[in-house]
Ligand binder design. Structure first.
Ligand SMILES: [Mg+2]
Ligand SMILES: [Zn+2]
Length: 213
């Protein structure tokens, strides 16, 4: 026991509840607004920042993963998407929540912009963006979690073997029947704050074993 303590002394006292948390943007981290192109239209999900802070302090790497087909469709410019992402990151950072990365798929198979009109492996439920982030930091998919309002989000989590949570905000209610059929084990949450509370309570290695007196 003593030796193990010595070896582990550089590690935080509490092990992180998850290696990584992959959060959908629209309808999950921010209130759904269709093709969101103006930072002024950003509204953060109520109560989420306080919970995300708990994950961040425990050492969980937080990522935004977002399908932005508005780019392929020609509804949004890269500058608009980047400006919105930067503002979402800034607002969460101001509340003590640091994001490790914002992962964007700009593609769509039926897009109008030639260079972005294609099938890709990064559009959720594809997992390329998640996998790249995990690999870059040597993190485990099985000790990670994915949260979103659509099957696309949950489906990526299922493919990764991560914990999954489906929120009923955004398109969540419309998507609920599909998620229920395809991923019956996904956590059902009314809001992102609720999803984060439930994930914290079932974290794979959240709590150190209780010591007997
Ligand atoms: Mg969404
Ligand atoms: Zn893509």
């Amino acid at each position: 026991m003593r030796a193990r303590h010595k070896l582990a002394r550089r590690k935080p006292a509490r092990l992180p509840p998850f290696d990584a948390l992959f959060l959908d943007r629209d309808g999950t981290l921010v209130v759904e607004r269709g093709f969101l192109g103006d930072p002024k239209d950003i509204r953060l999900a109520p109560g989420a920042a306080a919970r995300l802070r708990v994950f961040a302090r425990a050492g969980t790497a937080l990522y935004i993963v977002t399908n932005q087909s508005g780019l392929a469709r020609g509804f949004l410019t890269r500058e608009q998407v980047d400006a919105v992402n930067a503002e979402v990151v800034r607002r969460y950072a101001a509340r003590g929540v640091p994001f490790a990365g914002v992962l964007v798929c700009p593609h769509h198979p039926e897009g109008a912009v030639g260079s972005l009109r294609r099938r890709c492996r990064c559009r959720k439920p594809g997992t390329l963006l998640h996998e790249r982030a995990l690999r870059a930091r040597g993190l485990s998919a099985r000790r990670s979690a994915v949260v979103g309002d659509k099957w696309d989000d949950v489906g990526a989590g299922v493919a990764l073997g991560a914990a999954t949570a489906h929120v009923l905000t955004g398109h969540g209610r419309r998507e609920r029947p599909l998620v229920l059929v395809r991923a019956p084990d996904a956590i059902l949450a009314t809001t992102l704050a609720d999803a984060l509370d439930q994930l914290l309570s079932r974290a794979p290695r959240g709590r150190p074993p209780r010591r007997s007196a």
